[in-house]
Ligand binder design. Sequence first.
Ligand code: AMP
Ligand code: MG
Length: 496
Amino acid sequence: MTPIAFDNSYIRLPERFYSREEPTPVASPALIRVNPELAQQLGIDLDWLASDEAVQVFAGNRILPESQPIATVYAGHQFGGWNPQLGDGRAILLGEVVDVSGRRYDIQLKGSGPTPWSRGGDGRSPLGPVLREYIVSEAMAALGIPTTRSLAAVTSGEPVYRNDVLPGAILTRVARSHIRVGHFQYFLGKNDMEGMRLLADHLIERDFPAARQADNPYAALLELAVSRQASLIAHWQLVGFIHGVMNTDNMLICGETIDYGPCAFMDGYDPDACFSSIDHGKRYAYRNQPVIAQWNLSWFAQCLLPLFCEDQTSEQQQKQAVETAQAILDNFNQQYEDAYQTGMHRKLGLGAVSEASVQLVESLLAAMATHQLDYTLTFRHLADLADPHHSGAAQVSFQLPEAFDPLVRQWCELLSEDDRSDQSRQQEMYAVNPTFIPRNHLVDQAIRAAEQEGDLVPFQRLVDRLAQPFEYSSDDEDLARPPQLHEVVKHTFCGT
Ligand code: AMP
Ligand code: MG
């Protein structure tokens, strides 16, 4: 029996879509962590997962029989600037698998050596970014946010040369599909409309079967992609997640979060929060995420547009195509706003959306910003207040400033308008307001312990804890509280 039942479809696309590339073997790989729950979902044999052969596979030292490794080519806008050729410069797709529910997933190594698209880079990754991606992507999954996952992480036993000499590592990443806006932009840049159509058909077949039946499947694809992105960005905003590098090559059409380079969760609520050390113009600040997503989607629309017309020479059809695409893109705002407000109301235990409730949300956030209140703990604390008789699940020491008294009174009045019991409302609030998020300083401490002392205990503990973000445990109080002044991490790095 093969340990991973690969079933590869991207490789059946024409050869100009990818390059057959094997990972470059490393000196002495050692396991950091594997993810048995995810492995089980993917139908991967758990005994094998614990074997030395698995470590060799996750290091790129051994290729399983049905794996057909490739690196794919894409393009993209980075910080608004066009780059006609990027591609998997340090990632190699080992192949695809169909999970227990019939859904297809990519299994990809990241940090597995150079490819034709490495652009002078070494194709490697230091340990720090691998740990960061493992921690944050798995935390996102536990928070119920669509994301690429981490199946395994190994050290390579080789140094990686950046400003410092760092230990090297390799992450095994799983995605519903790694097809980015940038993959489509590559074919737009080449004016290769046949390639564009093949890619769109492939993606529809693979991930958007509902679009197949539509009169215009490509418009339906755009529509579905817009919906998934609107929902995703609302999820990010609701937990205070800042992606940090929302380039078009870092946006997956499947609607999963990808690229955990300079990402961060905010501690104190600040709409202008921006942590990335290379984002000098604050292009990817928290408050800009919805509009940037829409900008990226407009490039996806631009790519698909030629496929909307049967007759490229018909002006009438072209005009119609632009109108169709524009209407779909315009829907983003409403879909995003609906998802955000619904989520915010859930977080606050509010019933129906009304003018008064929307106003309350706005006032509350404004006051949180003024007082720089911890975003996560404020909501958790409000859940405590929702039923004073049963509170105590949060228990992290937290107090609202007096200035919040009128807001809390307004909130209580609104709560009394729906007929849920206080207790059930509180339970629902606890279920959507996490106590534990991958706070920057905790991620940083875990990385430093691993890098400097070879100590993986803080990393393992953090990953374990973040698997249950909504359940308070007093043993982990230190992982729930915001950073003390000396612990604050102001900047995050791509780590490439
Ligand atoms: P990122 O900043 O991670 O989104 O990467 C942008 C592009 O640079 C992608 O095409 C990557 O594959 C490529 N890249 C990033 N780091 C490396 C590296 N160390 N070696 C080769 N290519 C890289
Ligand atoms: Mg990237």
